[in-house]
Design a protein around this ligand. Structure first.
Ligand SMILES: [Zn+2]
Ligand SMILES: [Zn+2]
Length: 477
């Protein structure tokens, strides 16, 4: 099936009715032909369950997944206290062994990946991750390499990576996506999620908010570069993210937490967790990260890589992604102000571009230069892309920009109310760090996003300068 990219079939809204948990559950553990795009979508994950005291209940679910024998529980010191010790009790019949990471700034890098690999020397039959994003990424790559399956016990609704089939690994300091495997099942407990540090829940909200930009970037990438796209998957993510925006009030930690408030927070965290897991599964089904990651993630990845380079204590993924999302919304508003396409300005010459990439990426510049063209498309190629972008903006883009006018201040206030950061300086980033991330986040991946759009119209460097200077004074948003 080859759908014309201008067809209304590509509008996620017409798939909203099908875009729900039932559809997703019908895909569990299966490869099925998609009614929307005609592709075969594969979903490895077979189970997603919430239950009180899940740490002690989990063993009841594992036979259905065909898991037996012995297991290894992967945790860090915090998640061991939050649920890991209880999990070891609950998994007793599987003679669980454990590996506990103690590094204060844990990353899915060569050292952590190798530590887990050596802990697998007596070949457990399966692994159980007890934690959130980083521990799951360390596990999923090892699972892929060793064929030892794993399930995920989520301790915080902090990131959408639980269900993903790929892993962002830090290799030689560069954050790249590696093939990996998704968990067989995802398990969680509302009370454990509600007790997770508030900043982790705020980060999860930031990672959900990101989908607003990710989906728009994806649709524009279909228009400009004919990128593979599925409107049903876009609808699944879009709808879940919309629903989640309403949860923000219940996710806020209150001073005196009554039983009722704690209960509400547990319910809201469960919904947030479901949405995060759903977007992870959307990535599995698409076979890439596109349904959940756009310009906002590229800004975040660059900030993170530079933190590591400079040996700075990092922050949560969703914190930087949330900021990247607000910045990207502000960028759309500026590029398309007054409902017009941006005026064409000159783009950067390849020599200056290379010099700047070397300055920003330092020792990682070689990789960035190798994966990116030294110049945006020119001449007839760009003229055609522009025609497609005009079409896309008229059909759905401008409507999104209108939406951002109200959504941007609301999203900012919700993040702040949850105790998360909305501005780069709240995470300690300087004006220069901020400029570099906005201006050169695009080189993290050679993909079409808001940042590329701004680059092609010649606006990116001016906007980055303006935003970097005015974010600390709170005058950008
Ligand atoms: Zn599809
Ligand atoms: Zn993310």
């Amino acid at each position: 099936m080859n759908i014309d990219k201008h067809s209304n079939q590509n509008n996620p809204e017409i798939w909203y009715e099908l875009a729900n948990m039932n559809t997703l559950r019908s895909w569990f553990g299966q490869t099925k032909k998609c009614p929307a795009c005609g592709r075969m979508h594969q979903l490895h994950t077979r189970m997603m369950e919430e239950k009180p005291d899940m740490a002690h209940e989990i063993a009841n679910y594992l036979p259905e997944l065909g898991l037996k024998g012995t297991c290894l529980v992967v945790m860090d010191e915090n998640t061991r206290d939050a649920a890991g010790n209880a999990l070891l009790e609950g998994l007793e019949q599987y003679h669980p062994q454990s590996i506990v990471f103690t590094r204060p700034d844990l990353h899915a890098d060569e050292q952590a990946l190798g530590s887990l690999l050596t802990a697998l020397s007596n070949r457990p039959d399966f692994m159980v991750t007890c934690g959130s994003g980083t521990l799951t990424d360390i596990t999923r790559y090892n699972s892929f390499m060793t064929n030892i399956p794993f399930v995920s016990y989520a301790t915080a609704a902090s990131v959408d990576g639980f269900a993903s089939g790929s892993a962002p690994l830090l290799v030689n300091g560069f954050k790249s996506t590696y093939p990996a495997v998704a968990p067989e099942g995802i398990f969680y407990d509302a009370a454990v999620l509600a007790r997770a540090p508030q900043k982790m829940t705020a980060a999860g909200f930031g990672d959900v908010l990101a989908k607003v930009i990710a989906i728009l970037d994806w649709r524009l990438a279909l228009a400009a570069e004919d990128e593979d796209y599925c409107p049903l998957i876009a609808a699944l993510v879009d709808r879940a993210a919309q629903d989640c925006l309403d949860l923000a009030d219940d996710l806020v930690e209150q001073e005196a937490m009554t039983d009722q408030a704690f209960d509400n927070k547990g319910k809201a965290c469960t919904r947030l967790m479901e949405t995060l897991a759903l977007t992870g599964m959307a990535m599995q089904m698409m076979g890439n990260t596109r349904p959940a990651s756009g310009a906002e993630h590229h800004i975040s990845h660059l900030l993170e890589m530079r933190d590591i380079q400079m040996h700075r204590q990092g922050s949560l993924h969703g914190d930087k992604v949330g900021i990247g999302t607000l910045v990207s919304m502000a960028m759309y508003l500026r590029l398309f102000q007054d409902g017009q396409m941006p005026r064409q300005k000159p783009t950067l010459d390849p020599k200056t571009w290379e010099k700047e990439v070397r300055r920003v990426y330092g020792p990682l510049a070689g990789h960035a230069l190798a994966i990116n063209p030294s110049q945006p498309p020119q001449g007839a190629e760009w003229e055609e892309q522009k025609r497609q972008l005009v079409w896309a903006m008229e059909h759905f883009g401008f409507a999104n920009v209108e939406r951002f006018k109200t959504l941007l201040p609301i999203a900012r206030d919700k993040i702040l109310a949850m105790g998360g950061p909305a501005y780069p300086d709240q995470l300690g980033y300087s004006v220069q760090d901020t400029y570099d991330a906005i201006a050169f986040g695009k080189e993290v991946r050679p993909k079409f996003t808001t940042l590329r759009l701004a680059e092609r119209y010649g606006w990116i460097y001016d906007l980055a300068e303006d935003f970097a200077a005015n974010l600390p004074t709170r005058s950008t948003y």
